[in-house]
Design a protein around this ligand. Structure first.
Ligand code: BJW
Length: 243
């Protein structure tokens, strides 16, 4: 792929960069996206599985689904897109990764300056005591799993209608309002509040760069759109930047 010279210059000299990722970045690691051709929402109804109401009415069903997804994530490895984003953290003096993904693959690739804004699939929260912990059993011995106090444990992820973690949102919005380059990778850009981040970046003066295999609402506001697979485009782009 040919990259515009102004894009290479922009990314080569930038001091502060925020990267926002969605499930498309993990697609090449074998983790299903939500809204694509083989996306999870083509086979399952979000209301049945990813809302607090769904969990209240059938916690076992919700946990069966998460247990299945945890099995896929357990086998998945970071792909070249994750690796470039980890290298970006080492390259840029001021760097923040905001991921909507719950699969933990960015951390596995080496990112540390990051916010998992929709939670982590390996973390659980007691519905009574509200404390969180990691639970790596896979498959789970008992579904639904319970806390020592006897109450249900739930996945520590953000479902529809729930608020995102305050601290993570604050870190993300401060980073976005102060960055020179805002890069989105593999997100459909339709789930709020993350869907509002590209516009926040643009109105705060950042250059917006979008990498996606298809057009999304972000395409129309991006200064640079790179269309294709993240695992192919990012390594090529990174080679061009690092010369
Ligand atoms: C590639 C690729 C490759 C593929 N290379 N690219 C009406 C009623 C109730 C609520 C709302 C409402 N209207 C708006 C709302 C708010 C709601 C919302 O935004 N809904 C919209 C869908 C309309 N948001 C919320 O409820 C949020 N909370 C909130 O707003 O609180 C305040 C509030 C409360 C109540 C009412 C109103 C406001 C919470 C959102 C939580 C989202 N949770 C999930 C599940 C997380 C846990 C889990 O994983 O199980 O998060 S849903 C799902 O969507 C997941 C993702 O993080 C998120 C975003 O999806 P993502 O990552 O973008 O994936 P896809 O599949 O959509 O896109 C993949 C992209 O990759 C595609 O573009 C592909 O082309 C591309 N791609 N392969 C490059 N190789």
């Amino acid at each position: 792929m040919e990259f515009r010279e102004d894009l290479i210059d922009l990314l080569r000299v930038a001091g502060s960069v925020v990267v926002v990722t969605g499930s498309g970045v993990s697609a090449e690691s074998g983790v299903p996206t939500f809204r694509g051709e083989d996306g999870l929402w083509r086979r399952y109804r979000a209301e049945d599985l990813a809302t607090p109401q769904a969990f209240s009415s059938d916690p076992a069903l919700v946990w069966e689904w998460y247990d299945w997804r945890r099995g896929i994530v357990a086998k998945a490895k970071p792909n070249p897109a994750h690796e470039v984003i980890a290298d970006m953290e080492r390259y840029y003096p001021d760097f923040l990764l905001v991921t909507q993904n719950v699969d933990g693959l960015h951390r596995k690739a080496g990112n540390e300056r990051m916010v998992e804004i929709h939670g982590n699939i390996w973390r659980v929260r007691c519905v009574a005591e509200l404390d969180e912990r990691f639970l790596y059993d896979n498959p789970l011995e008992v579904i639904p799993p319970k806390c020592e106090c006897g109450s249900l444990l739930r996945p520590a992820v953000v479902w529809f209608g729930e608020s995102l973690p305050f601290e993570g949102l604050t870190t993300a919005s401060e980073g976005i309002q102060n960055c020179e380059v805002f890069l989105t990778v593999g997100t459909s850009g339709v789930v709020y509040p993350v869907a509002s981040f590209p516009m926040l970046a643009k109105s705060s003066g950042a250059s917006v760069v979008d990498i996606n295999k298809d057009a999304t609402p972000i395409t129309s506001i991006a200064d640079h759109t790179l269309m294709g697979k993240a695992g192919e485009i990012l390594p090529e782009l990174w080679r061009a930047i690092k010369g």
